[in-house]
Design a protein around this ligand. Structure first.
Ligand code: 5AD
Length: 336
């Protein structure tokens, strides 16, 4: 295993078979080396992003997601611009300098409305970055939002195998459309984030290797990885959740493959284990996303069951307990 880890660290790539072996390995060396790689670049500094989940309406029907159109049990909500801006006031006060506007694919918010929201946040907080996480959008829409001031965009590919993609999504959605959108983000000068769930139904180790190889090709600034967690009102209600160790190994491998990557300890990771955020950071993650969604609607943004959240008020405490420190800065990607 040590030899594989050395080679990954120096050459940033392994054969498929070697990647599979490393993903499945039970040796904490991988975790220690990934943590050391993070510390070498970022020291003990962890970046924060305030997550504002502003709509849980969605026109899509992805089989894994609790926001899916077909979920009649969801209590739907939308935030007005003023409410979103209030989340930013509070977030800024707590030291957050990136706001992530995330929502389902909700046509209620037109391009112009979204551009206006982005412009207002940027006008109010010149020292902050705006990240969008709004699903697939047209080139022209992404362009407008970029021109309005959006800095970054998160869009997980979910899987890099077209057949597996079709197992997770209804007809009408395709991996090629997802990929086109990801490449459009690059073209438009967004800092781009992709990612996937570990342990989604039908996923094999080979699929994860496909994702690692796609990430190498796409060369994103950010990658979000977390365990799949079943949601009771979806077709995948009875499936089992992603394996903690496999998530941690995946994060560690990504850190070694691309040491400068912005890699969050995700909410899903914090949900399957009480110390999930800490574990993620200890294997190479360098971002946490405290939840800034207003308390009265937060309970309704349920991608999966038992969703946990990182509270911005306890984040410093939790980070300090593992020898880390939250930074008050935009935390932009820095090319090595
Ligand atoms: N379990 C874990 N992650 C999920 N997501 C959606 N549904 C689930 C689930 N059941 C993730 C997807 C999406 C991101 C916003 O949340 O990867 O891209």
């Amino acid at each position: 295993m040590r030899e594989l880890i050395d080679r990954l660290e120096h050459e940033k790539i392994l054969s498929r078979e070697e990647f599979r072996a490393l993903l499945a390995c039970d040796d904490d060396t991988l975790h220690r080396r990934a943590r050391a790689a993070r510390e070498q670049i970022f020291g003990n500094r962890i970046y924060l992003r305030g997550l504002i989940e502003f709509t849980n309406h969605c026109k899509n029907d992805c089989y894994y997601c609790g926001l899916r159109r077909g979920n009649r049990n969801a209590q739907r909500y939308r935030l007005a611009k003023e409410q979103i801006l209030w989340c930013c006031v509070e977030g800024h006060r707590l030291g957050l300098r990136t706001f992530v506007l995330q929502g389902g694919e909700d046509p209620y918010y037109t391009d112009d409305m979204l551009a206006d929201i982005v412009r207002c946040v940027k006008a109010e907080y010149a020292d902050c970055a705006v990240t969008l996480s709004l699903g697939e959008r047209s080139y022209d829409s992404l362009k407008l939002l970029r021109q309005a001031g959006a800095d970054r965009y998160l869009l997980r590919q979910e899987t890099s195998n077209p057949t597996h993609y079709a197992m997770l999504h209804p007809p009408g959605m395709s991996l090629s459309a997802r990929r086109k959108c990801l490449w459009d983000l690059k073209k438009l000068g967004y800092q781009a984030g992709c990612g996937f769930m570990v342990g989604s139904p039908g996923q094999t180790l080979d699929h994860i290797v496909d994702d690692l190889l796609f990430i190498r090709e796409f060369d994103p600034e950010m990658v979000g990885v977390g365990p799949f967690i079943p949601h009771s009102s979806t077709p995948f209600a009875g499936e089992k959740q992603g394996d903690l160790r496999l998530v941690l190994n995946t994060i560690a491998i990504l850190r070694l493959m691309k040491p400068s990557l912005l890699l969050p300890a995700t909410t899903a990771l914090g949900t399957i284990n009480e110390t999930g955020y800490e574990l993620g950071i200890l294997v190479g993650a360098n971002v946490v996303m405290p939840n800034m969604t207003p308390a009265n609607v937060r309970e309704n943004y349920l991608l999966y069951d038992n969703k946990n959240r990182m509270d911005a008020r306890v984040i410093n405490q939790r980070l300090r307990a593992i020898g880390c420190e939250a930074v008050i800065s935009r935390g932009d990607y820095i090319e090595l």
